[in-house]
Each structure stands twice: as structure tokens, then as C-alpha cells.
Design a protein around this ligand. Structure first.
Ligand code: HEM
Ligand SMILES: *[C@@H]1O[C@H](CO)[C@@H](O)[C@H](O)[C@H]1NC(C)=O
Ligand SMILES: *[C@@H]1O[C@H](CO)[C@@H](O)[C@H](O)[C@H]1NC(C)=O
Ligand SMILES: *[C@@H]1O[C@H](CO)[C@@H](O)[C@H](O)[C@H]1NC(C)=O
Length: 360
């Protein structure tokens, strides 16, 4: 975390010193009428939008359902794209503007809720759907301790059409088909794993509709690497009172926790297992890789020459500096190691009996 803190100090130093700032970026910082400082006057209009998002979408700055679903929405919007053409406009906000079409897609189960929540807030702003939705993802993610401060670029044009169906991976898909879809959108297997860091702040509503808000790891309000560890632990049961499973779900290690089949098979596949394992207890690597992959995702299909860097309107997330631990009663003996060529990190275990993860 030393690096994150240092970067924060540098950012503050740059923002408070005109000459240092200009020397580094060649641009003159602007003090907005609202008092905040930003690199470009065009970004000033975003500070009130950030406040609006915090109050109307994210319960005044929480890492809760609104924040989690804003991040999921940015993926489901942007991935409707192919580097070979013939799919959608990428990170264009089409899922918000043409929500009546895209929320019907099978992979978009539950997305109607966040589209319905974001639409009236979006309409109070002058932003295009793409700018609004991808700023919301950056702001929502920033509410989660440990998260990177995501980049935000302003100036996406309005989307011209809905994305076609069948561009979004499903938890029942094979690793080969998931990696092929990511490759078609321009992402390597490592970038796909980096993007799956998002499941550290995630829960499922529709995989098993009988048990909504079932989290994927035991710390779904913290942007830590616990997801990468817990997906590797031997599966024992299914969440919910009936110990019953749904398509796309496999045995999880903890009562009340859901493990997606897709996360599990990616954690075990030789194309992705080592990078998956390297994320464990490696907060720096995890957030730097996630930030880079998100920057790419949130600009798919966009002409970057026409965009303005407004990343400095995104709140600075609180840091997460602790070592992660095995959930109580677990140890390395429970890990299904799929990358024997690398050492497995040595981790302590939380004291006490095995936990039951509560719905979020
Ligand atoms: C292999 C690719 C992926 C698959 C198969 C997948 C699948 C899923 C599924 C089934 C859910 C639960 C939906 C529900 O029942 O409510 C979910 C939740 C979520 N996903 Fe993914 N996902 C993938 C990649 C991603 C990526 C790349 C991101 C973001 C960059 C992302 C962000 C999220 C978030 C934040 C949630 C939680 C939403 C909430 O708690 O409201 N996912 N994902
Ligand atoms: C939207 O743009 C109009 C016209 O430029 C302006 O009058 C209005 O204040 C803007 N609204 C917001 C919320 O920025
Ligand atoms: C558990 O099973 C019973 C009987 O099949 C069913 O009525 C109930 O809805 C199930 N509950 C959950 C949460 O899956
Ligand atoms: C739940 O089901 C799994 C497999 O379907 C079984 O191995 C396990 O013992 C069951 N656990 C409980 C607590 O019933």
C-alpha cells in the first residue's frame, strides 16, 4: 500500500501546486466554481454529478448493492463489442439508453433493477448514457475500501443502437468459450482474470432467485483478494436452506456463499490458474491489473482522441492494507492448487468456527 499512498500524496501535491502540475502534464489546473480542482475545465461539470450519484445511487458513499451493480453494468455495457466489428458500440451506454432491449438478454438477469435506478439520475444530468454509466462504475467502485481509483474519460457520443445478444459470458460457459469471447473483445486471458477481480464485491440475485444477495466471497464490501482464495477452497455445500444448486453454480466452501462455475473453472484452467493464484494476498498486483483492464474495458469502441481525462473527479478510495486470511477452520490443506509451479502464499487463519456468510 506504500505505493498507493505515495501516488495519493503525489496527486495532492500536483493538484496544490500549479507550477509542478504544469511541468508534469503541460496543462493548467482549473479551480471549479464548486471549489474543486481538476486538470480540465470541462471536468468541472462532473463534480455535482458525482455528488448526485453518491446520494441517489450509492447511499452516500457506500460499497453496497448500488455500487456493485454499477460495476457489473459497466461490464455488460462495454463487452457488447468485437475488435472484428459486427457487434455493438462497446462502452457506449447502450445498455442504459436501450435498456428495454438489452435487459431482455438472458445474461442480463437482474440488470433491469440498476437500469431502472440509474435512468432517472442520468436524466438529471447532461451526460451521454456512456459517460454517465462508466462514471457511475468508477464512483461506485471507489466506495469500496481497497479499490483502485479507476480512470474516467469524458466525451463518449450517444449510443446509436442496442448491442446484439450473446456477447456477455454466462457462468455455465466453458473456459474456452469465455476466453474466446474476451479475446474477440480484445482481452487476453490475464486481462480476463484481472477483470474478474470485480467479483470481490459481488453477490447474485438471479442465479438462485430463492436466495437473493448471496455473496461470492466472505468480504463483499471490501475490494480485497479474498475472492481469489475462497474460489480455490474445496467445495462442500450450496448456499440456502435446501443445499440445492442451480445452473452456473458449483459447491462453495462456506455456508451462505455462492461459487460461480465460471470463476471456479477459470481458477483451475492451465491458461489462467497461475495468474489467478498470483492475485492472492497481492493487493498491489490485483488493483493495478484490474485498473488497467478496466481502463481498456470502459473505452471499448470509443475514439480516445475525442475524450478528456477527468479521472481526478473520481473519489480516492480508502486503502486496504491487511494481509488476507483463510476463513476460520480453513488452511492450505483445503486449497485446490492449480498452479503447482508457483509457491502458494502463506496465510494465517481467522480464529473460531467456520463462518456462515450473510446475504448482503
Ligand atoms: C466470465 C465472465 C463473467 C461471468 C460469467 C459473470 C457472471 C456473473 C453472475 C452470474 C453474477 C450474478 C448475477 C446475479 O445473479 O445477480 C455476477 C455478478 C457480478 N459481476 Fe460478473 N461475471 C463475469 C465477469 C464480470 C466482470 C468482467 C465484471 C466487471 C468488470 C463483473 C462484475 C460483477 C459484479 C460487480 C457483480 C455483482 C453485482 C451485484 O452484487 O449486484 N463480472 N457476475
Ligand atoms: C445542462 O445544460 C444546460 C444547457 O447548456 C444548462 O443550462 C444546465 O444547467 C445543464 N444542467 C446540468 C445539470 O448540468
Ligand atoms: C426449499 O425447498 C422447498 C421444497 O422443495 C421449497 O418450497 C423452497 O422454496 C426451497 N427454498 C429455497 C430457499 O430454495
Ligand atoms: C450438500 O450437498 C453436497 C453435494 O450435493 C453434499 O456433498 C454435502 O454433504 C451436503 N451438505 C449438507 C450440509 O447437507
Amino acid at each position: 500500500m506504500a505505493f498507493t499512498r505515495l501516488a495519493g500524496i503525489i496527486a495532492i501535491a500536483l493538484a496544490s501546486s500549479h507550477s509542478a502540475y504544469a511541468a508534469t502534464t503541460g496543462a493548467k489546473p482549473v479551480t471549479c466554481s464548486t471549489g474543486q480542482v481538476t486538470a480540465n475545465a470541462a471536468c468541472c461539470a462532473l463534480f455535482p454529478v458525482v455528488s448526485l450519484m453518491q446520494s441517489q445511487l450509492f447511499d452516500n458513499g457506500e460499497c453496497g448493492e448500488g455500487a456493485h451493480s454499477a460495476l457489473r453494468l459497466s461490464f455488460h455495457d462495454a463487452i457488447g463489442f468485437s475488435i472484428h466489428g459486427g457487434k455493438g458500440g462497446g462502452a457506449d451506454g447502450s445498455i442504459l439508453q436501450f435498456g428495454d432491449v438489452e435487459t431482455q438478454f438472458h445474461a442480463n438477469g437482474g440488470i433491469d433493477e440498476i437500469v431502472d435506478d440509474q435512468t432517472p439520475v442520468w436524466q438529471q444530468t447532461n451526460l451521454t448514457a456512456g459517460d454517465f454509466l462508466h462514471l457511475a462504475a468508477a464512483v461506485g467502485t471507489a466506495n469500496c475500501p481497497g479499490a483502485p481509483r479507476l480512470q474516467f474519460m469524458l466525451g463518449r457520443p450517444a449510443p446509436v443502437a442496442p448491442a446484439p445478444d450473446l456477447t456477455i459470458p454466462e457462468p455455465t460457459d466453458s473456459v474456452t468459450s469465455i476466453l474466446a469471447r474476451f479475446a474477440d473483445a480484445g482481452f487476453s486471458p490475464r486481462e480476463a482474470v484481472a477483470l474478474l477481480t470485480s467479483h470481490t464485491i459481488a453477490a447474485a440475485d438471479v442465479v438462485d432467485p430463492a436466495i437473493p444477495r448471496t455473496p461470492f466471497d466472505s468480504t463483499s464490501a471490501t475490494f480485497d483478494s479474498q475472492i481469489f482464495l475462497e474460489v480455490l477452497l474445496k467445495g462442500r455445500l450450496f448456499p440456502g436452506p435446501n443445499n440445492s444448486s442451480q445452473p452456473g453454480e458449483v459447491l462453495s466452501p462456506l455456508a451462505g456463499e455462492m461459487r460461480l462455475q465460471s470463476d471456479f473453472v477459470i481458477s483451475q484452467d492451465s491458461r489462467t490458474a497461475c495468474f489467478w493464484q498470483q492475485m492472492i494476498n497481492n493487493q498491489q498486483l490485483m488493483i493495478s491489473q484490474f485498473k488497467a483492464a478496466m481502463a481498456k474495458l470502459q473505452l471499448l469502441g470509443q475514439n480516445t482522441a475525442h475524450l478528456i481525462d477527468c479521472s481526478d473527479v473520481v473519489p480516492i478510495p480508502r486503502s486496504f492494507t491487511q494481509a488476507i486470511k483463510y476463513p476460520a477452520s480453513f488452511s492450505q490443506a483445503d486449497v485446490q492448487i492449480a498452479c503447482p509451479q508457483l509457491p502458494f502464499p502463506s496465510l494465517a487463519t481467522v480464529a473460531g468456527p467456520a463462518p456462515t456468510v450473510a446475504p448482503v
